[in-house]
Design a protein. Structure first.
Length: 205
């Protein structure tokens, strides 16, 4: 399949999901940070016309988006049975958790970008939507984990949830301390080698 390159930011939760998946699956890769998110040149984003990260680049070209990348990484790893992608568990509590985690990740990006750009007032639904998503994820955490296959090695919902919980305080969007189940989960998950190797930081030239 050739060499694999992940293009993104060490401060990006979507990038961290992809990087952790690669590490959990043992897929060899290099990481190339996008140093200037203000650039409008698609080349900096490995050709993504939407000017978004992460992007996976391999012998087949560029692949856009975290979920697509995780699926490709599973294929690169030989489709190990213990890797659980989004939509593979029929239990509705898992499906709802996957949906709300992705919603929360995207909502956080909106809030961070609005703050950085000095944008005017945003929809009054954004903050309550994020907080109530966390309420659900916190309340349903045990049921969500219990519905996942016991012999899993890695699951998309767990990696994405961990990256979300650690990113909210990193970007000073929310103090996650009130969601005690989620913070305890993140503390446990954060002991994994893939988590320790991808700590959030701001890339510098």
């Amino acid at each position: 399949m050739g060499d694999i390159e992940l293009v993104g930011r060490s401060s990006s939760h979507f990038t961290r999901v992809a990087r952790m998946f690669a590490l959990e699956l043992g897929v060899a890769h290099t990481f190339r940070p996008v140093l200037d998110l203000a650039t409008l040149d698609p080349v900096a984003y490995a050709g993504n016309p939407a000017l978004k990260i992460p992007v996976l680049v391999d012998a087949h070209g560029a692949l856009f988006g975290t979920e697509n990348i995780c699926r490709a990484l599973v294929r690169h790893a030989g489709s190990p049975p213990g890797a659980i992608l989004r939509g593979e568990v029929p239990d509705r509590v898992v499906a709802n958790a996957e949906e709300l985690v992705l919603h929360a990740l995207s909502t956080e990006v909106t809030l961070v970008m609005a703050r950085l750009s000095g944008a005017g007032p945003l929809s009054p639904k954004l903050a309550p939507s994020l907080e109530r998503s966390l309420d659900y994820l916190d309340a349903q955490l045990e049921a969500t984990l219990a519905a996942l296959p016991a012999d899993r090695t890695v699951s998309f919902v767990e990696v994405a949830l961990f990256c979300l919980v650690r990113h909210l305080p990193f970007r000073q969007v929310l103090d996650v301390a009130p969601w005690t189940r989620l913070t305890a989960f993140a503390d446990r998950f954060g002991e994994r080698a893939s988590a320790r190797a991808t700590e959030y930081r701001f890339d510098a030239a």
